[in-house]
Ligand binder design. Sequence first.
Ligand code: ZN
Length: 221
Amino acid sequence: MMQTPFVNIHTHTAKNCGVELVNIDNFDAVLNGTFVSAGLHPWKIGKCDHQQTIESIENWCCNSQIAAIGETGIDRAIDTSISLQMNIFETQLDIAKRYRLPLIIHCVRAYSDFLQVIKNESATTFIFHGFNGNSHTAYQLLTHGTMLSFGANLLKNNKLQDVFKAIPNDCIFLETDTKEMNISDIYNFAAALRNVSIDDLKQIIFNNLTRIFGNRWTTIG
Ligand SMILES: [Zn+2]
């Protein structure tokens, strides 16, 4: 029987370890046999042709490699106006709903903005990448069926570790994002925190993958 793979739900470079959801940073690049996400990141707002980028995202939606829209979201640590960020996010939310794709969310100091959005949205799954909120925020998000993905911050933030230990199995993903580390290192640390074996954690997260992405993840070559 096939061993349960590691799942890296958000990375910017394919590392060829298990199932990897690779974020497309350059829409002209060819990503062979990879499970990808496409989105307009809030940091790119004002630095690219928005309409053309949205068209590129829509074009990717017709490609079997696409599995999620993102990263997209709201960042309150940058100067870009929140209304413009929200507007561009909502355009992508609309694409996600039309193509029945989950969203990879970039959220900096904007959890309350998202709680307002999520309350009225049950048609798609929000995956908060690099989650670093407190437990109150975590549970508020979880009541709306969102997923929380944890990365390198988990290794050094004690409060985040407490959140991670307490939340249910069915809302967890792990990621490397831009970090030069292996997803297995995050799994090792995360399994110890939750007091489960690596194999058990692989099964928990793989179950989440198949529940949220259906058969889409199998498009990887
Ligand atoms: Zn990222």
